[in-house]
Design a protein around this ligand. Structure first.
Ligand code: E4P
Length: 230
């Protein structure tokens, strides 16, 4: 399972890239405007320039005609941009029209809350479908079941659309999504950091350093300047 960041913050993207774990980015209108108004095109193009993988950018129009114009425009912003379309009748029509006209524009159908929606989006030609796990959990539904069922249906019927587990809220969601066979999980930077952390790792490291310094003294520690062990 590939790991994406769900963010509108370029510094978070840079940090995850530096760790070598980032395969792509998803954004949405909420995430992009967390800190106020932004230049949509400029922000997405800056993301696309540094991410060596897909970057999802969501259309804002809701009618098919307007959505198609917007989708064609976004699709021209960068070679790795993915046009994110909502799971509505107009969204499906736009997806279908895009497939007919611009076969090389990748698409991500967002706001998917059932396996039937995932199947419809896949049949209309989506590159990715995004089941929203956390928002389903929030209303006492089993969000991960949509990921599991969509993966099974796609596998069983040889459907190439990738399942992108979205609305990930905590590290357990990542484990469950990976076990369910999701191709991708997109998560907030906070969750990525939670995945890194384990209290026993921190304790173990503190103890190693303390034992070393107790025996060798401070001068026994590699210095950042010299880069050598004395
Ligand atoms: C996915 O592409 C969405 O941007 C996202 O995962 C929504 O998550 P939320 O429910 O935490 O807002």
């Amino acid at each position: 399972m590939q790991l994406y960041l769900d963010t509108g913050d370029i510094q978070e993207v840079e940090e995850a890239l530096a760790m070598g774990v980032l395969a792509g980015v998803t954004t949405n209108p909420t995430l992009l405007t967390t800190r106020g108004p932004v230049d949509f095109r400029d922000t997405i193009q800056r993301f696309c320039a540094i991410v060596p993988g897909p970057v999802s950018a969501e259309v804002l129009a809701t009618s098919h005609a307007e959505m198609l114009v917007e989708a064609l425009e976004i699709g021209r912003w960068a070679p790795n941009v993915v046009v994110k379309l909502p799971m509505t009748v107009d969204g499906l029509k736009t997806l279908h029209a895009l497939r007919e006209r611009e076969a090389n524009i990748s698409t991500n159908v967002t706001l998917v809350f059932s396996p039937n929606q995932a199947l419809l989006a896949a049949r209309a030609g989506a590159t990715y479908v995004s089941p929203f796990v956390g928002r389903l959990d929030d209303i006492s539904h089993d969000g991960m079941a949509v990921v599991r069922d969509s993966v099974q249906i796609f596998d069983q019927h040889g459907i190439p659309t990738q399942v992108l587990a979205a609305s990930v809220r905590h590290p357990l969601h990542c484990i469950e999504a990976a076990k369910a066979g999701a191709h991708i999980a997109t998560m907030p930077f906070r969750v990525l950091m939670q995945m890194v952390k384990h209290p026993l790792t921190d304790l173990g490291l503190d103890r190693f350093i303390a034992d070393w310094v107790k025996s060798m003294g401070e001068q026994g520690v590699v210095t950042p300047v010299a880069g050598t062990v004395r």
